[in-house]
Design a binder for this molecule. Structure first.
Ligand SMILES: [Zn+2]
Length: 322
């Protein structure tokens, strides 16, 4: 082989090696949905999903926030489909052209993570709490995705993928971004296998993820409600000007929002604990309990009985000392 050809060949090989592992951005189905960007403080904005079940409102049922600075943007949570994430970015672009540098995921549940790939394809770094791997390695993660490809078609489709974080948070971590500091609080397993909350300074806005549900019945699934209660009870909300929950409107009185989720968990646990103590079957205990204080809340019919059942089962485990 002539020297010049060899050199050209070597250069081609080198270029191939240097090229980023060419991930072509996946096709994202367009979505028509009302998603106004609400301003909460100088740097913090959010979009608000409707209070409903996972497949209501084209899957737009959870919140996502953007912290906007001149040096870049951080997003908290990625919504329930790539289409919703793309729509969210359109809204962010109305207020800033700065690069989206980071996505902080409050927890790994479908309604908060299916949009991640859109941010990853833009080059954003993804930060998530320890515990995400328990979700990703469980059969439930794939099963859920398969189900949503059906129930949220075409917005969740064969191109939708589960995205792993680049950085894992297992303790309180501060992240500077332009003129703000993101104080990332690792909460351990509470609502999910691993949760975190983000306090934005100097704005004093707390983005809580799903440890707070506002204006609807929470989704407790297989949550560790004992630990969840402990997290809420130890949450220091002094000085916080606004709280953006994982679901529901931002609260300007954070203490009241915290106490509403706390009351729901506490009361439901108390009712079920009494039944477990007496070894009363679930159906009977559920019928006997007075649920009127939550009955008018959105998602009561869809979520409450299942929540109570999950709590009943976990209390049985707690009683047996497991
Ligand atoms: Zn959620």
């Amino acid at each position: 082989m002539p020297v010049s050809l060899l050199a050209a060949w070597l250069m081609a090989v080198q270029l191939m090696l240097l090229a980023p592992s060419a991930v072509t951005a996946a096709e994202v189905a367009p979505i028509e949905i009302d998603m106004p960007l609400h301003k909460v403080s100088e740097h913090v904005y959010y979009v608000r999903g409707v209070p409903g079940i996972a497949t209501d409102n084209k899957g737009f049922i959870s919140n996502a926030a953007a912290i906007v600075t001149d040096d870049g943007i951080a997003v908290v949570d990625a919504l329930g489909s790539p289409s919703l994430a793309k729509r969210f970015i359109e809204e962010i672009r109305r207020v800033s052209d700065a690069p989206i540098k980071t996505v902080i995921v409050t927890h790994y549940h479908a309604d908060h993570i299916y949009g991640l790939q859109v941010f990853q394809d833009l080059g954003a770094r993804i930060i998530a709490p320890g515990g995400f791997q328990d979700y990703l390695s469980s059969p439930a993660a794939e099963e859920r995705l398969t189900e949503r490809r059906f129930s949220l078609d075409p917005w969740v489709n064969d191109d939708t993928r589960l995205v792993r974080p680049d950085v894992v948070i297992v303790e309180q971590t501060e992240l500077g971004l332009g003129d703000v500091t993101l104080d990332i609080r690792y909460l351990g397993p509470a609502h999910s296998d691993g949760d975190l909350a983000v306090l934005v300074q100097p704005d004093n806005v707390l983005i809580s993820g799903d440890i707070i549900f506002e204006g609807r019945v929470p989704f407790t699934g297989s949550a560790d409600t004992k630990r969840w209660l402990e997290v809420l009870e130890s949450l220091d909300d002094t000085g916080i000007k606004a709280l953006i929950p994982g679901h529901g409107p931002a609260a300007s009185e954070p203490a009241a929002a915290v106490s509403r989720t706390l009351d729901y968990l506490k009361y439901t646990r108390e009712q079920m604990a009494a039944a477990v103590d007496e070894m009363m079957p679930f159906a009977e205990a559920y019928e006997a309990a007075d649920w009127s204080r939550f009955q008018k809340l959105p998602a009561f019919d869809a979520a409450h009985r299942r929540n109570a059942y999950g709590i009943y089962l976990s209390l049985e485990q707690e009683m047996l000392g497991e």
